[in-house]
Write a protein that binds this ligand. Structure first.
Ligand code: 8X3
Length: 254
C-alpha cells in the first residue's frame, strides 16, 4: 500500500509520520511502528527507498525535502489526523573549528535539523491535536546537550532543535499532545558517512574499536514511548552505547 492516498478514509490504523525514513533510525522506526499497528507515512528525499520500505510494511511512501516549504506542504496534504510524528530527518556535515567554519555546511545543518523539524511540526500540529492523543518525537542527539571541539555547526543546530522542541512542550500544555526528545549518542548508521562526505574509511573509524548502538536500539525506544498511555509523557531520553560516556569520551579515548 505505497500508493499515495495515506488511506485515511479506508484504513483504521492510527497514523505515524516518520521523516528521514529512507535509512538508519528513521527506517528502523518506521518498521517498529508498523509492527505496533500504525499506518506509517514515510518521508525522505529518496522516494524509491521510502516507497520500497512502505510496500514492505504496509505504509505510504512520500517524497519529502524538509528544507522546502512546497515539499512539506505536498507531503502533509490529506493528513488530517496524525497520532505520531517522528522528526528524524537531519544530520551533520563536517567537523571543523569555528575559526574555519564552512557556512554552507552550517546552513545545511540548521536548515535540516532546526528549520526542517520546525516546518514539519508546524504543518502537522493541527492534525496531531485533532487525533486527541498526539505524540511528537524529536530525534536530537547528545549534541543537543554537549559542546565539543570542531562540532559547533552540529551541536548548535541540535541545541536549537532541542530547545524548540522543549519550548513546544510548554506551549502545548493542556492540549492532547505529548512530546518526547530522544537524544542518542553513537549509532552506527550513515550519519558519519554523510558528515565526512562519503569518506568510508573515516566514517568506519568512528565506530571501530567499540560497540555502538544500532538504529533498531533507538527505534525500540521510540516504540516504547509511543506505546505509553496518553497521560504518560516521557520528556527526554538520552541513550548511549555502554562504550560511550559523552560525545568525546568513549572506551577508545579513555
Ligand atoms: C551524534 C552523536 O556521539 O556520534 O548525534 O557525536 S555522536
Amino acid at each position: 500500500m505505497s500508493t499515495d492516498t495515506a488511506s485515511q478514509s479506508t484504513d483504521n490504523r492510527p497514523i505515524a509520520v516518520v521523516t528521514g525514513a529512507s535509512s538508519g533510525i528513521g527506517a528502523a522506526t518506521a518498521r517498529q511502528l508498523a509492527t505496533q499497528g500504525y499506518h506509517v507515512v514515510l518521508g525522505a528525499r529518496r522516494l524509491d527507498r521510502v516507497t520500497a520500505l512502505a510496500d514492505e510494511i504496509g505504509g505510504t511512501g512520500r517524497q519529502l525535502d524538509v528544507t522546502d516549504d512546497d515539499s512539506v506542504a505536498a507531503f502533509v496534504a490529506g493528513l488530517d489526523t496524525v497520532n505520531v510524528l517522528v522528526n528524524n530527518a537531519g544530520g551533520a556535515k563536517g567537523l571543523d573549528p569555528v575559526s574555519t567554519a564552512d557556512l554552507d555546511d552550517w546552513r545545511w545543518m540548521w536548515e535540516t535539523n532546526v528549520l526542517g523539524s520546525l516546518r514539519v511540526t508546524k504543518a502537522l500540529l493541527p492534525a496531531l491535536i485533532a487525533s486527541g492523543d498526539g505524540l511528537i518525537v524529536s530525534v536530537t542527539s547528545i549534541a543537543a546537550f554537549e559542546a565539543y571541539d570542531n562540532g559547533a555547526g552540529y551541536t548548535s543546530a541540535k541545541h536549537a532543535q532541542g530547545v524548540t522542541h522543549r519550548t513546544l512542550r510548554y506551549e502545548l500544555l493542556g492540549k492532547p499532545v505529548r512530546l518526547t526528545e530522544i537524544a542518542p549518542g553513537m549509532v552506527e548508521t550513515d550519519f558519519s558517512l554523510v558528515r565526512f562526505e562519503g569518506d568510508r574509511e573515516r566514517a568506519d573509524a568512528v565506530y571501530a574499536g567499540l560497540t555502538p548502538l544500532v538504529a533498531e536500539d533507538v527505534a525500540e525506544v521510540i516504540g516504547f514511548v509511543a506505546s505509553r498511555p496518553p497521560h504518560v509523557n516521557l520528556d527526554q531520553i538520552i541513550l548511549k552505547p555502554r562504550d560511550q560516556a559523552s560525545a568525546r569520551r568513549n572506551v577508545k579515548t579513555g
